[in-house]
Design a protein around this ligand. Sequence first.
Ligand code: ADP
Length: 273
Amino acid sequence: MTKATDDTAAGSAAGRPLVELADVSKYYGNIRALEAVSLQVHPGEITCVLGDNGAGKSTLIKIISGLHQHDAGSFRIDGRDSRLSNPREALDRGIATVYQDLAVVPLMPVWRNFFLGSEPTLGRGPLRRLDVAKMRATTHAELLRMGIDLRDVDQPIGTLSGGERQSVAIARAIYFGAKVLVLDEPTAALGVKQSGVVLKYVAAARDHGLGVVLITHNPHHAYLVGDRFILLKRGAMAGSHARAGITLDELTRQMAGGSELEQLSHELQREKS
Ligand code: ADP
């Protein structure tokens, strides 16, 4: 790995993407999971990755979050060519991923889950103990800073709604210093109202200056918050648009398979008559 150059921070400030994939491909044996996919993640922006099942969204997340490595193309973090060997390394480089099936301990309080694996302690040696007061107060303050007003951070996290749990995970990533937040279908299992709640916190992460990658198959959710839209189809790029370059109708049409749906509609009509 090359040594970090002094211009790394200055480069980011000057508009260099936090993360950049250029022509990234990934093969599982001879299955093409991703082929020449390019995207950029900028601070204070939301990049949406849209695609149907099998489009390659999970594979893309796995590469960005350090679970898998790409086979071709380049993956740059802060301008440096990178190849992450595990999720810990991704976290150390400021990339946090929030999965749909959040790794939480349902019966433990919200504050305990907030700090899970990174608990602050008091004292030394045999007298070392968890700093419960700090965890409680910090969790409450951090959630409030994101506009999340939980009644009680002592309640088991399992009692929160799916949307609230996603929101806690987002606040946690921000608190632990993420620069890039990757969200895996955060609204997929949620109703309309809960989805709105989560999207509000996705926007809050953006307002905190994070670069957000929002994976979704819902063009309506993407368009509510997105600055850039990457469409994947069977592993390949089917479109890459800045917000100004595409309407919600067009995005929906492209997601729905546009001409394929029209063809299907014709076929169905013929069979009825
Ligand atoms: P999505 O998340 O958009 O549904 P995936 O990234 O899971 O898409 O899958 C993209 C393609 O790669 C699919 O054809 C899938 O079957 C294939 N694929 C994904 N993971 C593996 C794997 N571990 N081994 C073999 N093929 C895989």
